[in-house]
Design a binder for this molecule. Structure first.
Ligand code: ARG
Length: 472
């Protein structure tokens, strides 16, 4: 049977590809997203081939012209890729040959799709990672402005979901700021390891042509060239790291969402979600559901799935390239899109929240959140902490029986449990004193949180500057 459409690799084949097989193995629907990177990679490669005299310089120029034309079409969103051409790489090569004829047939000299895809994917994901970092920084900026307004908004801090000690809303929000700061670090770190230029690795064993790998590296803006051709084309740890960093960021976002869902319940009433970011029920007229937060929580599982999929994809693969690896992009792009989508909608939803300070403060006043402070008071009066703990434990038991808070007990009632209590205890166990007293670096006192916010603003400004610098 004649081949209906000649494949770029068609020489050793007698038969056309089965149509279902073609559908099955084509990756265009997914890797078309890397068209720009593919063209840029080919441009750098072709210029180098010309400069090295590996192909006639005039032909390199023709290739360059052709590729620039394809790039312009790509930027204008006018590029049409064919499923039958298998993947983005062969599509671009075919388009080039259609444009510039014979010269185009020289672009693949000293190159394989294996090093080509390793390059395109690294370039694409590096840019994607910059976008994620940008979205994280935008969220952190929103966190900072809300935190600044709430350094004195007292709320209960919890352990085991039981009221523990009072904190402030600013302190609570700044906890997430720190988590996202580490996420930024993880993404920046994984970018560093993506930053190796694989072209020249060929199919797996490099090339016999005198390729100038340094020249290609410099044109594409990588910091280094890969050091082993087999590694360069056969590992995908960079996208696994990306999915891992995405999973951790989603886990942080998901915890935050969970808290907002909880805080917006009738039982908590700590926060009111904006109508614009909530939905109603088709049957229950009173409902206002926190769908954005719930969906983000749900999508976290999907990003974990991407990570698991990638790890499992790679675990049994012998060196070097195997077609299994074509599956790497769908999962990575899904993680990229999901984390970016979630971060940007979360930031908008967060900025529209109305915190109900009075309810937070009232809740902090219940549940004996000042019990530790009552014990600490006794320690200041000279008692060993373990004894003080026991005494306050008994006080709490009394309070529970009487339906009172510790500060609602009279001095004689307090002194009936310990003579160490004096009239100054009331001041020491007020909510404000409990918070203000925790003024160590990293603590919830307004002074400590304000210092943290100040340092964080400086960090954020610098981080934003370096993202801008990276883009220029
Ligand atoms: N579409 C392929 C991928 O994404 C490109 C590399 C194909 N290489 C090959 N020898 N079949 O992995």
């Amino acid at each position: 049977m004649e081949q209906t459409e000649k494949k770029l690799w068609g020489g050793r084949f007698q038969k056309a590809a089965d149509e279902a097989m073609e559908d099955f193995h084509s990756s265009v629907a997914v890797d078309c997203r890397m068209a720009r990177e593919d063209i840029q990679g080919s441009l750098a490669h072709a210029r180098m081939l010309g400069a090295q005299g590996i192909i006639p310089p005039a032909e390199a120029e023709k290739i360059e012209e052709g590729l620039l034309g394809i790039l312009a079409e790509c930027e204008a969103g006018k590029l049409t890729l064919k499923k039958s051409a298998e993947d983005v790489h062969m599509n671009v090569e075919q388009l080039l040959i259609a444009r510039v004829g014979e010269a185009g047939k020289r672009v693949h000299t000293g190159r394989s799709r294996n090093d080509q895809v390793a390059l395109d994917f690294r370039l694409y994901l590096t840019r994607g990672t910059d976008a994620v970092i940008g979205n994280l920084l935008a969220l952190q900026s929103a966190l900072l402005s809300t935190a600044k307004a709430h350094t004195r908004t007292v709320m209960p801090g919890y352990t085991h979901m039981q009221k523990a000690q009072p904190v402030t809303l600013a302190h609570h929000l700044m906890a997430y700021f720190e988590m996202f700061r580490r996420d930024v670090g993880r993404f920046a770190d994984c970018k560093k390891r993506m930053d190796e230029m694989p072209l020249g690795a060929g199919a797996l064993a490099g090339s016999t042509y005198p390729l100038d790998r340094e020249m290609v590296r410099a044109q594409l803006g990588f910091s280094a060239i890969s050091r082993n051709s087999m590694d360069a084309v056969s590992d995908r740890d960079f996208c696994i790291e990306f999915a891992a960093a995405s999973s951790v960021a989603m886990m942080h976002l998901s915890r935050f969402c969970e808290e907002l869902i909880l805080w917006s319940t009738d039982e908590f009433r700590f926060v009111e979600m904006d109508d614009a970011f909530s939905t109603g029920s088709s049957i229950m007229p009173q409902k206002k559901n926190p769908d954005v937060a719930e969906l983000i929580r749900g999508k976290t599982g999907r990003v974990y799935g991407d990570l698991m999929g990638l790890l499992t994809l790679m675990k049994g693969l012998p060196l070097a390239y195997n077609k299994d690896m074509q599956e790497d992009k769908e999962a990575s792009f899904d993680a990229l899109d999901t984390v970016n989508g979630c971060l940007s909608i979360f930031t908008r939803m967060f900025a529209s929240l109305r915190f109900r300070e009075e309810n937070m403060c009232a809740a902090a006043g219940k549940g004996f959140t000042n019990a530790t402070d009552a014990a600490d008071y006794l320690v200041r009066k000279g008692l060993p902490f373990r004894t003080a703990h026991e005494i306050v434990g008994r006080l709490v038991f009394n309070c529970l029986e009487k339906g009172k808070a510790i500060e609602e007990l009279s001095l004689p009632e307090l002194q009936a449990v310990s003579w160490a209590f004096g009239a100054d205890v009331y001041e020491s166990i007020s909510l404000d004193a409990c918070v203000d007293g925790r003024c160590l670096p990293g603590g919830p006192a307004a002074s400590a949180v304000e210092a943290h916010i100040g340092q964080s603003e400086a960090w954020l400004a610098e981080a934003r500057q370096s993202v801008r610098g990276a883009k220029d």
